[in-house]
Design a protein around this ligand. Sequence first.
Ligand code: ADP
Length: 248
Amino acid sequence: LENALRQSQKLEALGQLTGGVAHDFNNLLTAALANLHLMERHLPAEGTRYLDGTLTALERARTLTGQLLAFSRQEAVDPKVIDLGDGLRAMANLLERSIRADIALDWALPSAPLRVEVDPVQLELAVLNLVVNARDAMPEGGRIRIAVRQEEAPDGPLAVLEITDTGGGMPPEVAARAFEPFFTTKPHGKGTGLGLSMVYGFARQSGGNATISSAPRRGTVVRITLPVSGRTPEPEAAPDPAEAPSAG
Ligand code: ADP
């Protein structure tokens, strides 16, 4: 109970802190990123090298403002029915840019549609946070696996999304607190302690759950379960095929 109280006090303080500032920053960063992505297409190859670092830095900044926004109560969640596999495929470029050359990104996405009702912006942030955590847990390189499958549960079918890494893992006392806002073991200036609590908030808000299974030297699995939606997705622009990795 004391934990829950501390957690809600922290959340409230953060909600007051963020508000308009994070919101305006997020919009400015989104506009800047969109323009830079357009610029990228028109630059000769040697120019895009310099642009890459800028994009990475701005995307990191947007992750941060997005995390803050997710906690500020002014942030409206905008759930949509989407195919989970498509949502992840659309992130392939962003994720590849967020890891390092000594880390392999493996995909195991279903070919059949698996519909969930989530805020696509929050889904993107959650997965990006998990991949960045996995990267940080593997300073000597390793593998990150993004897997999606359907499971039958007593209350109906679940979409299961697992992000697995081969990194250092967490001792039990870290795993127990990892979802807590502001809990971080990273050096000052490197971690906010907001990534996993955003992931947890996203899962719960979407009617699902998030769990961690981890042990020192055994790597980490973060598992998000979401109820499968029986509704059909709203018609929307098809994802850019150039962005999509192959399934399997
Ligand atoms: P941050 O990444 O800013 O520290 P998070 O809430 O995302 O905040 O994570 C909290 C803590 O949980 C991290 O500081 C780290 O100790 C631990 N952690 C999260 N993900 C992993 C992982 N994949 N492997 C090992 N430890 C992790």
